[in-house]
Structure formats: C-alpha cells, structure tokens
Design a protein around this ligand. Sequence first.
Ligand code: TMP
Ligand code: ASP
Length: 241
Amino acid sequence: MAGKYEKTEQIYEGKAKKLYTIREYKNLLLQEFKDDATAFNAQKKGTILNKGIINCELTNYIFTYLNKKGVKTHLVKQISPTEMVIKRLKIIPIEVVTRNIAAGSLLKKTNLKEGQELSKPIVEFYYKDDSLGDPLINDSHALAMKLASEKEIETLKKAARKINKILKPFFLKRGLKLVDFKLEFGKDKNGKIILGDEITPDTCRLWDAETNEKLDKDRFRFELGNVNEAYAEVRKRITGN
Ligand code: TMP
Ligand code: ASP
C-alpha cells in the first residue's frame, strides 16, 4: 500500500503548504500544496479552486526547467497532483524579492508608478518573521541577525538575478510579463545554498504581455475577481493543462 515515499509525520503547516517527513528517507521531505490562500500576513483568508494542484504542477514544471538551466533546486519529484518530494533544507529566513516592473509594495516606498519598467532589476530582502510582518531589511540587518554570512548574502543576490534572467524570457514566451517574484533558499546537508519553496502565481506577479491584465494572487489580495480563472490561465499557458 505505502509507496516508495511513505509520509510519516507532519512537521510544518504554513499558509499555503504542509511539510511531512518520509519514512526511510531522512534527507527528504514531502511538500503538499493547499488550496488555502492568505494575504496581508493572514489578515485576509480564503481558498482558490484547484490552487494546490495548479501550484504543485507549476512549481514542478518551473523547477525542472531551472534545473536544466543549471539552477539547483530542492525538487526531487512530483508524486501526486498536490505533492512533491523535496530535499530537506535548512531554510534561510530571508524572502528574496526581485522586481522588473514597479508594482506592489515598491509603490509605497518610492515615487515609481505602477507598470514602470525598472532600468535594472531590484533585489530586496525581507526578514521572514510573521510577528514582525516580514519587514524589508538590508544586508547589515541580515548580518546583525546572523541570518546569513556576507558571502551567503552575495550568493542569494546572484542566484536571484540569474533566476530572473532565466525566467523573464520563459514567461514572456508564454505571453506573461514577470513583474516581480519572491524566492526562498535553504542549505542542503552539505551546507550548499539551493532554491526551495515554490514558484507560482502566489509568489510571482504575472501580467498578460499584451493587456497587462493581472494573472496572479493580486486578484485575490485586492478582490479583482476571476481569481480561479487567472490561476487556470497561467497553468494553461505554462503546462498546457
Ligand atoms: P510586494 O510587492 O508585496 O513586496 O511583493 C513582491 C513579490 O513577492 C510579489 O510577487 C508577491 C511576492 N510575495 C510573496 O510571495 N509572499 C509575501 O508574503 C509577499 C508580501 C509577497
Ligand atoms: N502570503 C502572505 C500572507 O498571508 C502575503 C501575500 O502573499 O500577500 O501573509
């Protein structure tokens, strides 16, 4: 009955995913995607139809593509519509946000207008801490809190820029502008920094390349309507399903 990867204990439940240990494989975990959606540090809660399936499928597709392009990720393999086996990482509590076009919280920090192309991508760090509301931090803050070493900070920035260079044309070929996105990294058993978490419409801003229609979680955050349809559209354009 139990397959090769038998899930044992749930060790974590986040806003959009759960993590389980796997019997026999100490260095692997099972990552399960949920339909639950939250925004504004979970002040707004809801569900998005089939989000678990769509986000699992998209993360599997995009991480496999990144792997082929030489980016190491935690993905081992997808084993069900909402579950993937991943390498166990010690997550670095920094959300690495990369921006190509002004949108979202950048509009509150700068005089840039929504939709303005940035001459050079902006890479930002946010301290992953719900009680503090995931504040924007700089390198010195990250060092002071010992979240990462100076060398690791450079590795994170370099990786974010490299992934952006790969994903911008990837999405554009599929009729989507990669406005901005959030990445999380962790250390594997050898201490190597690799990409973890997910890449989905929950963690990216994706706009239709022709009309700039928002096709991502902003539809849920700001009650723009057609949330399920936007996720389904991104799925169709990327995986064809
Ligand atoms: P922001 O403009 O709200 O700072 O968001 C930047 C990007 O990060 C956007 O693509 C959405 C993503 N993001 C997350 O994945 N998780 C979060 O908690 C937040 C606030 C943003
Ligand atoms: N997922 C985040 C939360 O609920 C925020 C967001 O994605 O907007 O806190």
